[in-house]
Write a protein that binds this ligand. Structure first.
Ligand SMILES: Cc1ncc(COP(=O)(O)O)c(C=O)c1O
Length: 377
């Protein structure tokens, strides 16, 4: 599914030098290497401020808390995402409100959000938290139009979307604040847990820096109860190296996605969708989006059988995500039940992520496609 060693090998010398530099300077927490990475990251995304932290999960919490979301507020997000999209809202002390997804992009559907905002459960909503799932931006034009007249904050869950764009603007600078993850499987990845908040708002940036260090502006003077969620020097140094390559890696992912498209179409197994019948439905890049293909996710009605068939041929695949968040045991108290979000529930039954990473070879892609064609036959 993913071979990280293929990324490491050509970068080995640069990465070891970077790690050695941290050891020599002994700046392990924040420090010079994190500051340099934050500056380079902000320039790369064309945003004013970038604040490194311990994980994407913490970045989501920091972004919400720094934007002033807390107890008494509600935040609308998607049930078809990683758990942190919802748990970070709870950790900020706010109430998550869910709305269903679009069956083509798997992203939060603007019309579903609008419906929620117009119902009683929409009272108290202070922010929208769309997720740029699989590396494709949520419909930011529509979300901006929903947020502006209501004075809602817009927070991006950009954990899977480093380098993705919406109408020529990069994810990370679309909303009031954004959260990135550098978990090792992400398209821009650290050698451990790491994350980042980005924003063009000086106040949110300042509050994020304060909250990531126990609410301190001055050493041992705590203005608020923050948390310890600092980025460490090793991760800052490693991410600086990888940042130089991410544009090329994302281009490689786009080429790989195009090749999957061509191979599946040539094999005659691609169906129009959005729902699969006998074959598979391919993912698509929608108008306005520049997809970075963090994942290449097909739909198949017999998904579990297909996955087993591929595994028997040593072909990796993954399910992101098999259990929609509104049916998770830990989130029962939100009051949702099975049947509340049919698109998310159907997606959870049908999606299958295929191998896609910059170093994936053509013969390996052909084997994936061949395996699926044989299964369908
Ligand atoms: C959409 C989404 N949000 C949030 C996160 C949380 O990031 P992390 O694992 O770095 O805490 C992830 C990654 O796991 C993610 O995919």
């Amino acid at each position: 599914m993913l071979d990280l060693k293929r990324q490491y090998e050509p970068l080995q010398k640069e990465l070891l030098d970077a790690v050695q530099h941290v050891l020599e300077t002994q700046q392990f927490i924040l420090g010079e290497q994190v500051a340099v990475f934050e500056k380079a990251a902000a320039a790369h995304l064309d945003v004013k401020h970038a604040i490194g932290c311990s994980s994407g999960t913490d970045a989501l919490w920091l972004a919400l808390a720094a934007a002033g979301i807390g107890p008494g507020d509600a935040v609308v997000t998607t049930p078809f995402s990683f758990f942190a999209s919802v748990s970070a809202i709870l950790r900020a002390g706010a109430r998550p409100v869910l709305a269903d997804i679009d069956p083509v992009t798997f992203n939060l559907a603007p019309d579903a959000v609008q419906a929620v905002l117009e119902q009683p459960e929409g009272a108290g909503v202070k922010a929208l938290l769309p997720v740029h799932l699989y590396g494709q931006c949520a419909d930011w034009t529509a979300f901006s139009q929903l947020a502006a007249p209501r004075g809602l904050k817009l927070i991006e869950d950009a954990a899977q979307a480093w380098g993705a764009e919406w109408n020529g603007r990069k994810a990370g600078g679309l909303g009031d604040a954004a959260a990135f993850s550098f978990y090792p499987t992400k398209n821009l990845s650290a050698a451990g847990d790491a994350g980042m908040v980005t924003t063009n708002n000086a106040e949110i940036a300042e509050r994020s820096r304060m909250l990531r260090q126990h609410g301190m502006r001055r050493r041992y003077h705590h203005d608020e109860v923050g948390w310890n969620t600092r980025l460490d020097g090793f991760q800052g140094a490693i991410l600086q190296v990888k940042l130089k390559y991410i544009a090329g890696w994302n281009e490689a992912r786009r080429s790989l996605a195009n090749r999957y498209h061509s191979l599946f179409h040539a094999a005659g197994v691609a169906e129009a969708g959005p729902y699969p019948v006998h074959g598979i439905v391919l993912p698509s890049e929608v108008s306005g989006a520049r997809h970075v293909w963090h994942q290449y996710v097909i739909r198949c009605a017999r998904r579990d059988e297909l996955r087993e068939f591929l595994a028997s041929r040593n072909i990796g695949s993954e399910i992101y995500y098999p259990v929609p968040l509104h049916t998770q045991t830990a989130l029962k108290s939100l009051g949702y039940v099975q049947g509340d979000f049919p698109e998310s529930e159907r997606a959870a039954r049908e999606v299958l992520a295929l191998p896609i990473f910059p170093e994936l070879r053509e013969d390996e892609q052909q084997a994936v496609v061949q395996g699926i064609v044989e299964f369908l036959a």
